[in-house]
Design a protein around this ligand. Structure first.
Ligand SMILES: [Zn+2]
Length: 443
């Protein structure tokens, strides 16, 4: 390594430290028009193409300008040398719950937290998530409505560091369903957590309210849940017509619906109604898989949650009744995932983080690989394919010209050892280095 590149590495490290409090300093530090060149040993670009050796990624004004093997680096460019590392697109988690205070289940949150305290916890979780290599997340809801909208906007404004977020504002749930607050006496009203809708008209009203208040998409609880006390996970809660009402309202706003759905009939009703994603999708049958294929809707499983909660039964915040549900559904989830793999379904990546601690989301990749998914497909699920699900394939998810310069690096080869993705060493978001455990030492 030359002295000159060492100087640049130190500069990159200082940039990284400056970026820690938020994007404010870093944006001031990065000169407009300045070209950054990132070099590593190999590149996995998020499309599923074979890795590229000796990649160079040229970045200008926060976006990728060019990428290729051994690309000529323009004079005056600042070089970030990642040595033997593997470079990848920033990871995307399609199912997180960032607004979750540590040590509280979502039901406890309504009893023991306030919207502002939950928002601050959300900011902390957003930072941890970004440092783990996730530069974009689709958040799937908060106990306190619209706190997710505020966090998304705070990150976008550079007030706090975190991933790019798409948010639903709040859930839409049936009375007694997976999003109802069943921990209260029937005589206690929780007006701030009003997310219940029990007819087509009420679903429309709730969808309109969430969209008016800043939701990017609609999240509806089509069946019971594992981690809540309402109706059991296998039970369908909304009729196909009610689900269709949500899809129609979302479409008016140019967006889509994510359906939380474990049970087979609820999954199929949601697919017939035209939802965009089936989240969890625990009980898939052959017909559901055929419908997913035919309609180009997406199954977003969350597999690691069962393993984590069952391995931490004594210390977990999950109530005993929900632990019982988690134990009962684990093998069913794994069987559905294998069935979907065998059918050749494209399976984008989600985690249900908050059920698992924030920062551990990449462990879901190893669970997938263990269940038979090739490592490259698992990575594409969390990059290029996930971006397609978001309709953001022109912004994130692949290392290609025009995309945001959202990049991560790991020390080894994740195709040989997928757990490398659990040890992200370097993170860039929008051309700003926000984590650097490679640069200072180099290789
Ligand atoms: Zn969830």
């Amino acid at each position: 390594m030359t002295t000159r590149s060492t100087v640049r590495l130190v500069a990159a490290a200082i940039l990284a430290m400056a970026a820690l409090p938020g994007d404010l300093f870093a944006r001031q530090a990065a000169d407009a028009g300045q070209v950054l060149a990132v070099r590593a040993a190999r590149l996995i670009d998020g499309t599923g193409a074979p890795p590229v050796a000796d990649p160079v990624v040229l970045i200008r004004d926060g976006r990728i300008e060019a990428v290729g093997s051994g690309l000529r680096i323009p004079a005056g460019a600042e070089v970030i040398e990642l040595g033997g590392a593997t470079l990848l697109p920033g990871l995307i988690d399609l199912h997180t719950h960032l607004i979750s205070p540590p040590g509280m289940s979502w039901e406890d949150e309504l009893l023991r937290s306030t919207p502002p305290s939950s928002a601050l916890a959300g900011a902390a979780n957003a930072r941890v998530t970004l440092m783990a290599g996730f530069t974009t997340v689709r958040d799937m809801g908060t106990s306190w409505p619209y706190v997710d909208v505020a966090l998304r906007d705070a990150i976008e404004a550079g007030w706090v560091p975190g991933p790019r977020m798409l948010v639903p504002g709040a859930y839409i749930s049936t009375t007694g369903g997976a999003g109802d607050a069943l921990q209260f006496s029937p005589y206690v009203q929780v007006p701030l957590a009003d997310v219940l809708a029990d007819s087509e008209d009420q679903v429309r009203l709730m969808a309109r309210r969430h969209l008016k208040n800043g939701a990017d998409f609609i999240k509806i609880l089509a069946t019971g849940a594992v981690f809540s006390r309402g109706a059991s996970p296998g039970v369908q809660l909304y009729t196909e017509q009610e689900l269709r009402a949500a899809v129609e309202e979302a479409a008016r706003w140019g967006t889509t619906v994510a359906a939380h759905a474990h049970g087979t009939e609820g999954i199929k009703a949601a697919l017939r109604a035209g939802v965009h994603t089936i989240d969890h999708g625990s009980m898939l049958d052959d017909e559901a898989i055929a419908m997913l294929k035919e309609r180009r809707s997406f199954y977003v499983p969350t597999l690691f949650t069962s393993e984590w909660t069952l391995a931490h039964e004594d210390s977990t915040i999950t109530p005993v009744s929900e632990l019982r549900r988690s134990r009962a559904i684990a093998d069913v989830k794994y069987a559905s995932f294998r069935k979907a793999l065998a059918a050749g379904l494209d399976i984008p990546f989600g985690t249900d983080a908050s059920v698992i601690p924030h920062g551990l989301s990449a462990r879901e990749l190893a669970v997938r690989v263990r269940l038979g998914q090739p490592p490259m497909d698992a990575i594409v699920g969390a990059t290029g394919l996930a971006a397609e699900v978001l309709g953001w394939e022109d912004r994130v998810g692949t290392v290609a010209p025009g995309r945001f310069a959202d990049l991560v690096a790991v020390a080894g080869d994740p195709l040989a050892d997928i757990t490398e993705m659990e040890r992200v060493r370097w993170v860039m978001k929008g051309g700003v280095v926000v984590k650097d455990e490679v640069g200072a030492g180099g290789r």
